[in-house]
Ligand binder design. Structure first.
Ligand code: GLY
Length: 357
């Protein structure tokens, strides 16, 4: 089993290992020795597969278990489901020494984490991610949130889990399209920081060796979180591909998935970087080839004018500029503040059908 320490304000460990979910009870009891009760939050896709197993291991560790299952999907990440979860925690009389367990993908993790951050002004929580995206990204680093009618993740808090139990064995039951979606975030870490990881992904493709690759992604994220827990500088690099990606996702009314949008967004920012002289064409070719290897798209189908309003509504925008994460070569990206007046030329350079104008 691999252990990765996250040096946040409140440090914790991410455990990564095949089959370790069966030891979750002991890991939680060791990490939180004062806990007596647990509430597992899961969803209608994950609960039938893993809820009983996780309940058993926790009960064997001497803790009592309650569970709340929410409908699967992003539509659940709203204030009404959040409020239902808070009421459930209150009904079970959960205390500040007890623990909430997020068993699921990004939606469950974000919701359960936000409930943990706010119930009784903070209750410990544990992440047991079951999607690739949640393993390499959302379960680590303490970003918790719900969506508002005005946009995704608009209400949230930075609140770190007490331990993350990451068992790649559960990816066997993840539908192929979800697995490929998560691969966009894995490729992102290679482009950001690690040429060897990137080459490995090109060679091994979708069958990449789970524990070392997932662990390497988490190590890179751990470094960013330790340096910049509250997302004011270095951590923004995790946004590679996301500014244009979010615009593709939102302009498609979310018919394009997050992973597809991030993959296309990464290729777009690489093309723009090349068009403006910041990286070589070989870097663009490599990123495009890699996303295609994973069955992900290397472009969207919208024009610059159609994407522009969505780029400006990105919540990471500052008063008069947007931070773009710009590839310089595989394994090296820079954060660049791009003024509102210049963003159109970046977008035009980014789009396959407009880059030769
Ligand atoms: N998902 C990006 C971050 O954790 O900062």
């Amino acid at each position: 089993m691999k252990k990765i320490r996250i040096q946040a304000g409140r440090p914790y460990t991410v455990m990564v290992g095949e089959g370790i979910r069966t030891q979750a009870g002991r890991m939680i009891a060791d990490t939180l020795p004062e806990a007596a009760s647990t509430v597992i939050i899961s969803d209608t896709n994950v609960a039938p597969l893993y809820l009983e197993q996780i309940k058993d291991t926790i009960e064997q560790a001497g803790l009592s278990v309650y569970s709340k299952v929410i409908p699967a999907g992003e539509a659940s990440k709203n204030l009404s489901v959040y409020s239902e979860i808070l009421s459930f925690l209150a009904e079970q009389k959960l205390t500040r020494s007890d623990v909430i367990i997020a068993l699921g993908g990004g939606v469950v993790g974000d919701l359960a984490g936000f409930a943990a951050a706010t119930f009784l002004r903070g209750v410990p929580y544990v992440q047991i991610p079951t999607s690739l995206l949640a393993m390499v990204d959302s379960s680590v680093g303490g970003k918790t949130a719900v969506d508002l009618p005005a946009g995704k993740n608009l209400a949230g808090a930075f609140y770190q889990p007490s331990v993350v139990i990451c068992d790649p064995e559960v990816l066997h039951t993840l539908p192929d399209s979800y697995l490929r979606d998560g691969c966009a975030e894995v490729i992102k870490y290679g482009v950001l920081e690690d040429e060897m990881l990137f080459s490995r992904l090109m060679t091994e493709g979708i069958r990449f060796d789970r524990v070392p690759v997932i662990s390497r992604c988490i190590e890179i994220k751990a470094h960013y979180v330790a340096e910049d827990e509250f997302d004011q500088g270095l951590r923004q690099k995790l946004n590679l591909g996301h500014t244009f990606g979010h615009a593709i996702e939102a302009s498609s009314h979310f018919s394009v998935t997050h992973g597809q949008a991030v993959a296309a967004g990464m290729c777009m920012i690489a093309r723009a970087s090349c068009a403006l002289g910041f990286c070589r064409k070989s870097c663009v070719d490599a990123i495009e080839a890699c996303v295609r290897e994973f069955g992900l798209p290397d472009s969207g189908d919208k024009l610059a004018e159609e994407l522009l309003p969505y780029v400006f509504s990105d919540k990471k925008r500052r008063a008069d500029s947007i931070s773009l994460i710009v590839p310089r070569q595989i394994g090296q990206c820079d954060v660049m503040a791009v003024g509102a007046d210049d963003i159109t030329s970046w977008l035009k350079g980014a789009l396959k059908h407009e880059s030769n104008d």
